[in-house]
Write a protein that binds this ligand. Structure first.
Ligand SMILES: [Fe+2]
Length: 441
């Protein structure tokens, strides 16, 4: 029986909107559904905030958002990281206006209240004016508030605006191994964000992007004009010469249905999942000189073989972050409105590895993720067309029936299906429905 959830003047029927094998178009188009998603998913679940390497030194800060709320990731003089609400304790002004920087203290631009980077109050101009009043500088409310929970997994910092819910490691579950594999690919076992961020705006709902990453039935169609053209041109001009990195990267997008089927889909609780495993579109990149030697020196031959045997395509940490471990890139989702989303594309350096790998990651982001290059714009066009099509009254349902009922249960919440299955979508909506009905806790 459907559960009616009171959302002010309008009741949103969650169970009817997201069914086992189809979702109602309004999940992508209704501003009231978007507002409820912000409250019950984005402001409850663990959301990716940033990487510890962005705040390596005491005094460094990085400002971002969790759902609709501005937050700051900081490194205090005690060496610890903190995630604070970006709000002055005095009259509420956004404390940090720029995106990142380094400072001995955080000083509000409005009335000059100063705070340590752990949020604690440092000083107030003419503080004696508060003597004998109800204001108490030792009251926790006089500090910049920390978000209820934050934690880091191998340098990846997530935060939750809910005081309750599973801890980060439990919540990550089966996809923590994707972070492990990306970090293990560094001879020093650590990653660091390098350079800036590529940030682009999609005129479409946030879920189109997060669904698309493990949609293995679209590349050979959507990317035909970019990837297949690159293959044909490369074949003509290069003949049997080895393909340059750009061609190695772009060609596999138009592999066959059977190739993508073979990659497979893996789904876990909380909407997480990855595609690929033993193989992926990244599996056939040329060796980078000196990299294998550095890895073998660090880990030994057997362990290195184990690390490189994991070849995943996209891993989704639902709802906010996705990584490509094999190419050391990350994309972060920032929903703005029901039909507007910002996607950030970041690159990582593998500590102890040759710079050639970082160059390849940057090439990947420029070539594939950028709005001004190939492949990414194909996807954006598809998302925008979905947004436009679903705003029509042509039909109510978005279908995800393919291979429904044929998933393989591998135990411990790990579900497997061949790549052409709609498993990834059904799994995301299973989590969506739970969050929207109950909240993350
Ligand atoms: Fe695509």
């Amino acid at each position: 029986m459907a559960t009616l959830i009171d959302n002010g003047p309008k009741a949103i029927d969650i169970n009817n909107l997201a069914q086992d094998d189809k979702v109602h178009r309004s999940v992508y188009t209704d501003p009231a559904v978007f507002a409820l998603e912000m409250e019950r998913i984005w402001e409850k679940s663990w959301i990716y905030v940033g990487h510890e390497s962005q705040v390596k030194e005491p005094g460094q800060y990085y400002s971002t958002t969790i759902g609709r709320q501005p937050v700051i990731l900081t490194r205090h003089t005690d060496g610890e990281i903190y995630v604070l609400f970006n709000r002055c304790a005095h009259k509420g002004a956004k404390l940090v206006g720029d995106e990142c920087g380094k400072a001995k203290e955080l000083r509000c631009c409005y009335h000059g209240w100063r705070f340590h980077l752990d949020g604690s109050l440092l000083s107030i101009p003419l503080e004696q004016g508060y003597d004998g009043t109800d204001f108490n500088r030792d009251d926790p409310d006089a500090n910049v508030q920390r978000v209820p929970r934050y934690d880091s997994y191998r340098g990846f910092v997530f935060a939750s605006l809910s005081a309750e819910g599973p801890d980060l490691v439990d919540w990550l579950g089966g996809v923590a191994s994707s972070i492990d594999n990306m970090a293990d690919r560094a001879p020093d076992g650590e990653l660091e964000i390098t350079g800036g961020v590529m940030r682009y705006e999609h005129d479409s709902n946030w879920k189109f992007f997060i669904e698309n990453l493990n949609d293995l039935m679209h590349p050979m169609v959507t990317h035909q004009s970019s990837s297949l053209t690159a293959r044909v041109v490369a074949k003509k001009s290069l003949g049997d010469q080895p393909a340059p990195p750009a061609i190695e990267i772009i060609s596999p997008f138009t592999e066959s249905y059977s190739f993508f089927d073979e990659m497979g889909l893996h789904a876990f609780d909380h909407g997480h999942g990855y595609s690929g495993g033993k193989t992926s579109i990244h599996a056939k990149y040329s060796d980078v000189p000196d990299y294998n030697a550095a890895m073998e020196k660090a880990y030994g031959k057997e362990k290195v073989e184990e690390i490189f045997a994991v070849n995943r395509h996209n891993t989704v940490f639902y709802p906010s972050a996705t990584i490509k471990g094999a190419i050391q890139t990350m994309r972060v989702v920032k929903p703005i409105a029901v039909d507007k989303t910002v996607i950030e594309s970041w690159t990582f350096r593998l500590k102890g590895a040759p710079d050639e790998l970082l160059k390849r990651s940057i090439l990947y982001c420029n070539l594939i993720n950028s709005s001004a290059n190939l492949v990414g714009p194909d996807d954006q066009e598809a998302y925008r067309r979905q947004q436009t099509g679903l705003e029509s009254e042509g039909a109510d349902w978005v279908l995800m029936h393919r291979d429904h009922g044929r998933d393989e249960d591998l135990g411990n919440g790990h579900i497997y299906a061949k790549g052409s299955s709609d498993l990834a979508f059904r799994n995301q909506y299973r989590a969506w429905k739970r969050y929207m009905s109950e909240g993350a806790s």
